[in-house]
Design a protein around this ligand. Structure first.
Ligand SMILES: [Zn+2]
Length: 152
């Protein structure tokens, strides 16, 4: 059986661990933010989205208590899950990564993104690759060319 593994979340301002089952992030354990000293300083969460509708969470007095609570919860949850549940989470993760990569490419190479936007003599900016928009403005452009004596 696959064991749960934990990875430190280095971006978190406090100690926080992401809990993984295989490559799916199924929960977390971390120090609570902005709570008084006399209450539990840790919290755990068990569940993942999308793919799994059930999610549980609670406070804990220590990391070990949080881990024990999460593992007990996971033993309840795991038998209710199928590969499709995990795949839904992976699909979402992969889609976000693709979107991020596309966005980064677009950010770095704006000059290589051909623009189909045109300025019409009527004052409007339109997308010349969209027939419905081109159709509206084509007569304006011809009229302006005629007026200015430009021959094609
Ligand atoms: Zn126009």
């Amino acid at each position: 059986m696959t064991e749960l593994a934990r990875r430190r979340d280095k971006d978190a301002p406090r100690e926080k661990w992401d809990i993984y089952y295989d490559d799916v992030r199924v929960g977390s354990i971390g120090q609570r933010a902005g709570v008084p000293n006399h209450v539990d300083q840790w919290e755990w969460k068990c569940g993942f989205y999308p793919g799994c509708d059930r999610s549980t969470a609670g406070p804990a007095g220590s990391f070990d208590q949080a881990r024990a609570a999460l593992e007990a919860e996971w033993q309840q949850l795991l038998p209710t899950l199928t590969e499709a549940n995990f795949q839904a989470w992976r699909d979402q993760r992969d889609w976000i990564a693709r979107k991020q990569a596309m966005w980064e490419r677009g950010e770095k190479l704006p000059s290589q993104q051909p623009s189909s936007l045109m300025r019409c003599p009527c004052g409007a900016t339109f997308d010349s690759h969209r027939p419905a928009e081109s159709q509206i403005h084509t007569p304006h452009i011809y009229a302006a060319q005629k007026r200015d004596g430009i021959r094609r």
